[in-house]
Every structure is written in structure tokens, then in C-alpha cells.
Write a new protein. Structure first.
Length: 188
């Protein structure tokens, strides 16, 4: 699990803060691995602007986010400030989920579609008219699927892993050029 502000996320913004590149992965029972890499560049925020709480904190694995503050309940959504004229700009969350499972082209497309739920778990609002979100899926074909339900499990895990990767992209970004990072505003 890593992240930063370079590479594909050099100019990334996430909800008005500096966005970055993040990764995450999970090993499923049976040996299937699902990983994700994302450039966190969403129009919406990955955090509550009032409390600073990370929306997808509930997906954290083994303290990976290393947040210093205890969990705080999010405030009621404010639908006005996120769409103010000074805040409106085009953004694109772009990333990839990868697995060692054997997937057909159609199955990989389904996993990529399901992974988009990860954006909605990590960002509010997600998939706005100002976002051009794209997620790709890669499969190495090392592990055979154990029945039709396995594809849905992989897709569900891909969504959670993608959300965690997006959070890492936000948490590991550094302020640059006057664009403040989450770590400076909320978590030291």
C-alpha cells in the first residue's frame, strides 16, 4: 500500500485538495489476489469537510491508513459548496484493478464495472458531470475461477480495494503550488 503525488497524479486534485497515486490489494481465500492502482483526481471529496473523516475509513485493513484521529461521524452532506462556481472543474479518476484469476474479456469488463463502486464508497459526490472516471481490469490467468459466484466476489473485492487505493492516493499526497493536501489540514 503506497501512494504519492507524482506520476499519473502530478496535477491531481481530489475535492479541492491535492490528489495523488494510491495502491491497495487483498488476498482472497483460495489464493486469488486483487490489487488496484489509482490516480485520485475526483471532483468530489474523499473526506467530510467538517469533521475531516475519510468516507471509506470503514474499509481500512490493519490500520493501513494510519490516521491519527479517532473515527468521527460525518456531518450532513452540503450539496451547495461542492458545486460552487469556484470549485467546478473537470476531473478524472483513472485506475486499474488487477487479479491473478482467469478472466475472459467479458468477465474482466464486469470486474472493472463493479470496481467503479469503489469510487462511490470513497468519494462524495461520485461520478458527477465533471468526472470522466475510467477503470481498467487486468487478469494474469494464474488461478481458475471456482464457479460463477467467484466472479462477483472478485468484483466486490475490486470495489473495496479500489476505494482503499483512492484513499491512499489522498492520504499520501503532498501539498504543492498552493494546493493543500489532506495530511496538512486534518491529520498532521
Amino acid at each position: 500500500m503506497a501512494g504519492g503525488g507524482g506520476g499519473g497524479a502530478t496535477g491531481a486534485r481530489n475535492g479541492g485538495l491535492k490528489g495523488g497515486t494510491g495502491t491497495a490489494s487483498l488476498v482472497m481465500p483460495g489464493g486469488v489476489v486483487v490489487g488496484a492502482i489509482v490516480a485520485a483526481n475526483a471532483h468530489g471529496r474523499a473526506h467530510d469537510p467538517v469533521t475531516g473523516e475519510i468516507y471509506a475509513r470503514f474499509l481500512e485493513q490493519n490500520g493501513e491508513f494510519r490516521l491519527k484521529h479517532p473515527p468521527r461521524p460525518p456531518a450532513a452532506p452540503d450539496y451547495t459548496d461542492i458545486f460552487s462556481s469556484s470549485f467546478v472543474r473537470s476531473n478524472t479518476v483513472i485506475g486499474c484493478v488487477a487479479t491473478n484469476a482467469q478472466l475472459t474479456k467479458a468477465q474482466a469488463q464486469k470486474v472493472a464495472q463493479m470496481a467503479h463502486d469503489g469510487i462511490a464508497r470513497a468519494v462524495f459526490p461520485a461520478h458527477t458531470m465533471f468526472d470522466g472516471d475510467v477503470i481498467f481490469c487486468l487478469a494474469t490467468g494464474e488461478v481458475a475461477l471456482e464457479g460463477p459466484a467467484e466472479l462477483s466476489r472478485i468484483g466486490a473485492v475490486a470495489a473495496d480495494v479500489f476505494a482503499r487505493a483512492l484513499v491512499h492516493g489522498v492520504l499520501h499526497a503532498y501539498s504543492v503550488g498552493g494546493l493543500r493536501a489532506y495530511r496538512e489540514l486534518y491529520d498532521g
